[in-house]
Design a protein around this ligand. Structure first.
Ligand code: HXC
Ligand code: NAP
Length: 273
């Protein structure tokens, strides 16, 4: 075990071999929060397949993740909006690793724009990535792996739709639908040994999401509004996922866990007002 692999687990309160012999399939795993989630799953024993549209980004991330965790990681390009490409990516995952036990639906799109200025296609694009993408990947993974072997699906959500968030109408609608799907799939697939759970991060520092949605001059203001007085870290979201994917969460299904330092409780639209 390299010292880098040890560093990837540093500070973890979880057992090192939690996911030994398991394989994770993570959409959006080449960047941001979902790269962090992949690293945490791998640091606790899983091999992983990461997917997004950019093969170049995936190759770079997969190499780095394998090096820092000592586990195997493969990048396979696919567009979650296209079921055929999703199925091909899952086939590649199964040919390479023989199984898929954990699915993380993290691929997403978002930008700031008022409803009246969005094109029809702009709204459709975000909903297609977040909502249809989550269904496409869950359905294909169910057919090809989870139906027979059981497992855990983790849907990465948000808190945008708990109240009303200005300037993000498609993402708020899309994540509300994702939460609904989390509950429905948990109900339909529970008897097959499949748990379906969600994680709803608040603003997470150093991510594309925050860079896109929170203009620099509003970041400080946002942090003052969050009860814990700071944004979240990627590793904090990853820890919640590790818990949810582990047997410690064997009774948890259909639930979306909010991990936001209390941000949504404190204000309808952190940083916006
Ligand atoms: C208005 C926009 C726009 C913008 C794109 N569109 N950007 N409309 N404001 N800023 C419109 C385009 O004009 C087009 O409509 C339609 O959206 C599709 O755009 P494309 O560029 O063709 O789509 P595509 O290449 O598929 O890219 C999807 C994308 C892009 C969502 C637009 O930004 C992307 O790839 N994002 C992935 C990374 C990302 O968004 N990460 C952040 C996730 S954060 P027309 O009509 O012109 O054809 C997140 C956080 C939630 O979800 C909560 C945080 C607190
Ligand atoms: P990010 O790095 O931009 O992650 C989004 C990922 O989705 C990228 O890797 C992107 O890669 C991939 N992707 C986009 N469109 C795709 C498509 N059509 N098919 C396949 N992959 C696609 O953003 P992030 O901020 O870390 O967000 C990660 C997740 O956390 C998202 O679900 C987001 O909604 C959620 N979230 C984030 C925050 C935050 O503060 N950042 C808060 C709440 C919720 P390619 O461009 O290579 O395809």
């Amino acid at each position: 075990m390299s010292s880098l692999a040890g560093a990837a687990r540093a500070g973890s309160v979880f057992r090192d071999d939690l996911f030994e012999g398991k394989v994770a399939f993570v959409t959006g795993g080449g960047s941001g929060i979902c790269r962090g989630i992949t690293e945490a799953l791998m640091a606790h024993g899983a091999d992983a397949v990461i997917t997004s549209r950019s093969q170049e980004r995936l190759d770079a991330a997969a190499g780095a993740l394998a090096e820092t965790t000592g586990r195997r990681c493969l990048g396979v390009a696919c567009d979650v909006r296209e079921p055929e490409t999703v199925e091909q990516a899952l086939d590649t995952a199964l040919e390479t690793f023989g199984r898929v036990d954990i699915v993380v639906n993290g691929a997403a799109g978002n930008f700031l724009a008022p409803a009246a200025q969005l094109s029809y296609n702009a709204f459709r694009t975000v909903v297609s990535i977040d909502t249809l993408g989550t269904y496409n990947v869950s359905r294909a993974a169910f057919d090809k792996a989870l139906r027979a072997g059981g497992g855990v699906i983790v849907n990465i959500s948000a808190t945008l739709h708990y109240g009303a968030t200005p300037l993000q109408p498609p993402a708020a609608a899309a994540k509300a639908a994702v939460d609904s799907m989390t509950r429905t799939l948990a109900l339909e697939w529970g008897a097959l040994g499949i748990r379906v759970v969600g994680v709803a991060p608040g603003p997470i520092a150093g991510t594309e999401g925050v860079d896109r949605l929170l203009p620099k001059h509003l970041k400080e203001k946002a942090e003052k509004q969050i009860p814990i007085r700071r944004m979240g870290r990627i590793d904090e979201i990853a820890s919640v996922c590790v818990f949810l994917c582990s047997d410690a969460a064997s009774l948890v299904t259909g639930e979306t866990v909010v991990a936001d330092g209390g941000a949504w409780l404190a204000g309808r639209s952190i940083g916006m007002e």
